[in-house]
Design a protein around this ligand. Structure first.
Ligand SMILES: [Fe+2]
Ligand SMILES: [Fe+2]
Length: 391
């Protein structure tokens, strides 16, 4: 069920929000698959009015204005600012990354595979799989970037404030650049790409489909881009591949602004919403969180190997390295949801726990609530400006 199919104002349970009662129900996760892989074009109804505003005064939004100025001076050129001439050694990249994450040369995952379809796999197979998985990861980044491109173009039309339209317009250019760099990297340096993951596509469709302008922000700027900012940061830290490292560094500089744009805009708007309206936002945030977590099972890679992944899922789900990685993906989302008041919205008496707080507890990510929110920290992540200053 999508958000827009839900009955507005009515509280829904897990089954109704994400289509399953148990978050870790592997069968239900794998049952969601991409059906029309071969179609190049995918149309989604965006259900929204394009809003003109005749109020051209930028008004009281000094923080948004500052962000807009920063966006104008921190632009970069994907063609000339990245070292595309470098050769990429994909095997070295996969091995180094594995070493950085697990602290071991061993590419096989650290659990007993003897009862699984991988029992005969050795270093060669795991290396090949690692290369596929890396390709899948970067392919999903590329597709997610296109989602951001479309969402931000939609925000230009739908947000009622002139200063937010200005800022969103700069983000459209940023996102075009991001699609461009990931697509070029996959095309020139790796061997092609994977189609969009079924869970990611479902989420992007839901975000575009929703008629309410703030839901585009929540789904994209807070959730998808919040996760991307954390994921790019982790990959940037663990990869030894110089072109990818520089690419991620610059994409992250932009992404931090994008998340800040979400925080600064929604902070103001959420102040005017009722408890029932905020509950819908909490549910949408939870739905997005689960969809994004599901996509990291990388089921399309397993499908390419024609391996029944079901017996492996419980092992994968208990792998401590993986659990940590999955949690860290939420290190930006949780403090930003807290800043927006979404963790505890709806609490009426002392001792009661917020609905989204409970969901994030279930997902094991609530501890990030005390980190700095991106509305404050984005300036520290502007590596483009930092490089120019030091040049
Ligand atoms: Fe982006
Ligand atoms: Fe972005």
């Amino acid at each position: 069920m999508t958000m827009t199919e839900g009955i507005r104002g009515k509280m829904r349970d897990n089954e109704q929000i994400i289509g399953r009662a148990d978050l870790n129900d592997a069968e239900a996760i794998l049952a969601v698959t991409t059906l029309d892989e071969t179609d190049v074009v995918h149309a989604v109804q965006d259900n929204a009015d394009a809003i003109f505003t005749w109020g051209y005064d930028k008004g009281e939004r000094a923080k948004l204005d500052k962000l807009y100025e920063k966006a104008k001076t921190s632009q970069w050129n994907a063609t000339t600012d990245l070292p595309w001439e470098l050769d990429v050694d994909i095997e070295k990249m996969v091995r180094d990354q594995n070493l950085a994450i697990s602290g071991s040369d061993e590419l096989a995952p650290p659990f007993d595979l003897s009862d699984t379809p991988l029992k005969n796999w050795g270093d060669k197979e795991f290396l090949e799989f690692g290369i596929e998985a890396q390709n899948h990861l970067l392919s999903q980044f590329m597709h997610g970037e296109q989602g951001a491109l479309l969402c931000t173009a939609k925000i230009v039309e739908t947000v009622p404030w002139i200063d937010a339209k200005y800022y969103a317009a700069t983000q459209v250019v940023d996102e075009a650049r991001h699609v461009e760099v990931f697509s070029r990297y996959l095309d020139e340096k790796l061997e092609g790409n994977y189609p969009i993951n079924a869970h990611l596509r479902m989420l992007l469709d839901d975000i575009i489909n929703d008629s309410r302008w703030d839901m585009t922000y929540l789904g994209m700027q807070i959730m998808v881009e919040g996760l991307a900012l954390a994921a790019f940061g982790m990959l940037h830290q663990t990869t030894s591949e110089p072109l990818l490292k520089q690419l991620l560094r610059y994409v992250m500089s932009d992404e931090a602004r994008h998340v800040a744009f979400g925080v600064l805009s929604l902070e103001e708007y959420y102040g005017s919403l009722s408890a029932a309206e905020l509950r819908e936002r909490q549910e949408f945030a939870f739905e997005a969180a689960v969809r994004m977590r599901d996509r990291f099972l990388q089921q399309e890679v397993w499908q390419r190997y024609d391996i029944d992944v079901a017996p492996l899922i419980p092992l994968i789900q208990q792998d401590p390295g993986r659990i940590l990685f999955q949690q860290l993906l939420f290190s930006k989302i949780v403090p930003n949801c807290k800043k927006l008041g979404l963790l505890d919205a709806g609490v009426t008496k002392e001792g009661e726990k917020g609905w989204l707080r409970e969901r994030f507890e279930e997902m094991g990510v609530i501890e990030f609530e005390h980190l700095e929110d991106t509305g404050e920290e984005y300036g520290d992540l502007d590596f483009v400006a930092a490089d120019r200053e030091s040049a």
